[in-house]
Design a protein around this ligand. Sequence first.
Ligand code: NAI
Ligand code: F6P
Length: 382
Amino acid sequence: MKAVHFGAGNIGRGFVGLILHNAGYEVVFADVNAELIDALAETPSYQVHEVGAASKSWTVDNYRALNSATHEADVVAEIASADIVTTAVGPNILRFVAPLIARAINERDHALKPLAVMACENAINATDLLKQEIVAGLDDAALASIDSRAVFANTAVDRIVPGQAADAGLDVTVEDFFEWAIESGPFGGDVPDIAEAHFVDDLAPYIERKLFTVNTGHATTAYFGFLEGAATLADAMQSPEVFARVAAVLDETKTLLIAKYDFDPEAQEAYVQKNLTRFANPFLPDTPARVGRQPIRKLGRHERFIGPAAELSERGVVPDALLGAIGAALRFDLPEDAQSVELKELLATSSASDATSRLTGLEASHPLYAHVVRVVERVQKS
Ligand SMILES: NC(=O)C1=CN([C@@H]2O[C@H](COP(=O)(O)OP(=O)(O)OC[C@H]3O[C@@H](n4cnc5c(N)ncnc54)[C@H](O)[C@@H]3O)[C@@H](O)[C@H]2O)C=CC1
Ligand SMILES: O=P(O)(O)OC[C@H]1O[C@](O)(CO)[C@@H](O)[C@@H]1O
């Protein structure tokens, strides 16, 4: 069995690559980072160190590595004969990897089982997004027979993998928790053989529970931690003020998730508590800069803050804690983060209502809109 995985970074090596390796796949990593790909190509194995209450190390081998910027044709040929193609490159990068997958589907031998295409990004229905871009690159024959050539399944990936120490080489330190939920419907009963993945009929509750708990809570910790000058997420969680902010935000998203998906309140509360512990993991050297990266993306309409806040306000609830976190996100001022710089410029040069519309995509008539405008105004005056 063979899987091609785009993005040999933190989640690529420390999660998707590991799980596919453990499931018996030969993994072909494809990445545009020449130094990383050369190192992988020259090194027969790397280690994944799980840290937390239960620490353990894994050896990943049986992989190859290709530079997808300089060896496009080779990557296309690998995908054309693979069982699975996955990505962990960031939602904004999917459009750059899609043309290679499209070319591979065009070339794919009809006798092969359909290629399983799964984007593993922090975004709702990222595979649908990837599929749209792939379809644009298909020839007429592939378009006409797409169902026999490829299966597109959305997934929810959950594992905290921080930036790695400069001397770590290819080894990756990760938290000891993980969950990979994949929608089963598109496979029509013939799901890929990935023992540690969890195939579900309806992914929406899983992905929203994950995004609006793990990612909302983690980003809230990052933005308030950043304002307090915390060096790590674990340090931020030691601050009673930051902890209270994060707990309040997760209380709001818990209310929404229970109302929307009829989750058992006790189970959801246990999930919240589990995540508060994960954010405070003292063994993970994770930083507000990494977890808060790309604040404009994170303030998007269906993302971790505006997504749940909009739905709560549509249900008549004013999401005060989420609005507080949105205010903290707007204050994320990090010169090395291009979106942070862009955000600062936008706030300095636009009216509060223009900035709200451009950042959040909310209509002025939406019940959340005026609340966000007030938050933006406060940040602009501060
Ligand atoms: N790190 C984490 O804890 C988690 C990350 N994710 C998601 O996984 C995705 C990747 O995140 P990380 O691994 O943390 O980032 P990362 O920056 O460590 O890895 C991304 C990799 O993609 C590569 N890349 C960029 N453009 C590319 C292209 N055009 N073709 C091929 N490769 C390309 C980069 O060179 C890099 O090696 C993101 O969508 C993130 O939201 C999801 C859950 C947890
Ligand atoms: O990867 P994003 O979407 O920038 O979000 C930041 C972080 O969120 C987490 O998935 C969980 O909080 C991280 O580990 C991840 O990289």
